[in-house]
Design a protein around this ligand. Structure first.
Ligand code: ADP
Ligand code: 5GP
Length: 203
């Protein structure tokens, strides 16, 4: 049976391991597409245009926003981030499963537009570990690091409305949990009923 693609939203505080989880789960589920966001944040060492993000100027971002180019957008840790409406529409037309890795503000906007999307929040085992991971990654320092640590607590408070909460302690275990959630989402009532409505004599 050909199932339609589903939308998955992955959120969690900076440094919790979202990118690591996403990269690892996509190796196990190669048909899971990833929506590459636009951002005004400068590229980190090793990040590539069009692979990690579309890196744009603030002027370009605001013009795109004004023109309705984003399904959702947010100002996070001092930079703008947004999901391209055209790209997402294309991926959904191809019936691909699409993963959005976005912050809690963006996730709320997606929830309004796509109430049946699957919302997954990644938690750290404890606060100290979160701080250690962010420090170890070494991509931010000074005020940028402080901002991310300060914002983490507010973001964690949003976890309570997500459908699934994954604690990223052991990475392999968390990847397995994420994979299980993504596979199980295809068997939800809202997803399967439209596909079997003839069988069940449903309108
Ligand atoms: P995010 O995308 O949420 O900001 P990253 O995936 O960049 O987080 O992870 C932050 C840092 O923590 C990276 O150095 C990554 O290698 C490390 N990391 C991620 N998950 C784990 C884990 N389960 N155990 C130990 N280190 C981890
Ligand atoms: P980073 O700068 O660490 O790559 O991302 C910072 C935060 O922005 C993370 O919480 C990440 O999930 C979020 N983010 C990345 N892309 C988007 C997006 O397109 N929209 C929203 N709302 N948040 C995003």
């Amino acid at each position: 049976m050909q199932s339609s693609g589903q939308l998955f939203v992955l959120s969690g505080p900076s440094g919790v391991g979202k990118s690591s989880l996403r990269e690892n789960v996509r190796k196990k589920l190669p048909r899971l597409a990833y929506s590459i966001s636009h951002t005004t944040r400068p590229p980190r060492h090793g990040e590539r245009e069009g692979r990690d993000y579309h890196f744009v100027s603030e002027e370009t971002f605001l013009t795109m926003r004004q023109g309705g180019s984003f399904v959702e957008w947010a100002f996070v840790h001092g930079n703008y981030y947004g999901t391209s409406a055209d790209q997402l529409e294309l991926q959904r037309r191809r019936a691909e499963d699409v993963l959005l890795e976005i912050d809690v503000q963006g996730a709320r906007q997606v929830k309004m537009r796509f109430p049946h999307a699957c919302f997954i929040f990644v938690l750290p085992p404890d606060r100290e570990t979160l701080k250690e991971r962010l420090l170890k990654r070494g991509t931010e320092e000074g005020d940028d690091l402080e901002t991310r640590l300060e914002n983490a607590m507010g973001e964690l408070l949003e976890a309570s409305w997500y459908d699934y909460l994954v604690v990223n302690d052991d990475l392999d275990e968390a990847v397995e949990a994420l994979k299980t959630i993504i596979l199980a989402a295809h068997y939800q009532r809202e997803v399967v009923l439209p596909q079997v409505k003839d069988l069940l004599h449903l309108e």
